[in-house]
Design a protein around this ligand. Structure first.
Ligand SMILES: NC(=O)c1ccc[n+]([C@@H]2O[C@H](COP(=O)([O-])OP(=O)(O)OC[C@H]3O[C@@H](n4cnc5c(N)ncnc54)[C@H](O)[C@@H]3O)[C@@H](O)[C@H]2O)c1
Length: 354
């Protein structure tokens, strides 16, 4: 079989892990790269052996030989690029978040329907081996009904700057950037229940603290600390139709002793922690057991999770398997994230029609 030609649009920080995963895939050829920054596109093309480079994604999408694209650009461009790609007959892997607004998300969903092409949302944590191990226990009813989940992703110093901290291009701060991951993974493991209400708070108290020295953190390719119009902390309580609830807090910066990441699920028969390490909490013979699965990766394995995500994108694009993260889930996540921002701005709970 001829190799499938892949294009990558947006050749900044996260694109490397897309390129590396495509490079490892035996049926794929990294064919074309587009970035607004021509030098960056050319440097990545040299590094990953791509034949063509562009600064306008429309030119890349006009190539009939391209099978699918990764969209690794700023959040405000996800929807227009994904829609153009689908309409050009390409399969699309779009980085999280799907886009900036619910309206955009619904437009992307329509484009998927009219094109008949695949759109996979980059909810990479779903593809991690610790998640998939836990999912087997969840699906088998080991924990009974999961009625409560709690997730926290707190960076004490970690505003990536540049477009990430410009609300026009990002759509928001830690909530849309980090919250999207942890809310999604809880929601996915809870069985994707219908959301009925959201109550949230967002704070813009500390700025980006670019005065702090001696600690390194993830940065946008064009790091720039001069503009910061996003929240630095957000929290929320999300209620679902089945009575389950999810509590979450996320920060780009906070006066916390250390960074913190946890994802916890609580069910009628047992519970589990996905992060910081996979752990099952069970009850047998009137005894509580904290059980540790004996697997290579108890925590999120960044490289392997992206590899699994890309592998599934390719197999789903060929109709061999269903994607684990379809456009509909991206739409639901945008409803939740946007409702949290709306609730924070209005000081009121947001209710959804059920
Ligand atoms: N899944 C994850 O864990 C994860 C981690 C980091 C970032 N991301 C997501 O990946 C995306 C990119 O993030 P990043 O950290 O690589 O940012 P980045 O700033 O390092 O790179 C973005 C690149 O996109 C380019 N770009 C922007 N608009 C473009 C357009 N219209 N056409 C072509 N190129 C364009 C920029 O020039 C830049 O090189 C974001 O949506 C972010 O949320 C996901």
């Amino acid at each position: 079989m001829a190799k499938l030609k892949i294009g990558v649009i947006g050749a900044g920080s996260i694109s490397d892990v897309h390129f590396q995963s495509y490079e490892n895939h035996p049926d794929v050829e990294i064919y074309a790269i587009c970035d607004l920054n021509e030098e960056r596109a050319k440097a990545k093309a040299a590094r990953y052996g791509a034949t063509k480079t562009f600064t306008d994604y429309r030119e890349l999408l006009a190539l009939p030989e391209i099978h699918g694209v990764s969209v690794c650009t700023w959040n405000n461009t996800h929807a227009p690029i994904a829609i153009a790609a689908l309409d050009a007959g390409k399969h699309v892997l779009v980085e999280k978040p799907l886009c900036k607004t619910v309206e955009e998300a619904l437009e992307v969903e329509k484009a998927v329907a009219r094109s008949g092409k695949l759109l996979q949302v980059g909810f990479v944590r779903r593809y991690a081996s610790n998640t998939q191990t836990l999912k087997k226990f969840v699906d088998d009813g080991e924990f009974g009904e999961i009625y409560y989940a709690k997730a926290s992703c707190l960076r004490r110093l970690g505003n990536p700057g540049g477009w990430f901290s410009d609300v026009e291009r990002s759509g928001g701060g830690p909530l849309i950037d980090l919250g999207v991951h942890v809310i999604d993974i809880c929601w996915y493991l809870m069985g994707r229940p219908k959301v009925v209400s959201v109550s949230g708070n967002a704070y813009n108290k500390l700025g980006n603290r670019n005065n702090v020295q001696g600690l390194s953190f993830y940065k946008a390719a064009d790091y720039d600390a001069s503009k910061n119009t996003v929240e630095d902390l957000a929290n929320a309580l999300i209620r679902f139709e089945n009575g389950a609830s999810l509590m979450v807090d996320v920060s780009f910066t906070l006066h916390a002793k250390k960074d913190e990441l946890y994802v916890k699920l609580f069910g009628e028969k047992g519970g589990a922690e996905l992060e910081p390490e996979l752990q099952l909490v069970l009850e047998r013979h009137n005894t509580i057991l904290n059980a540790t699965p004996q697997v290579d990766n108890l925590s999120f394995d960044f490289k392997d999770a992206f590899q699994q995500e890309i592998n599934r994108f390719i197999s789903a694009s060929l109709g061999e398997k269903a994607t684990l993260s379809p456009v509909q889930d991206g739409v639901e996540m945008m409803k939740i994230l946007c409702a949290i921002y709306e609730s924070a701005a209005s000081g009121k709970e947001i209710r959804f029609d059920t």
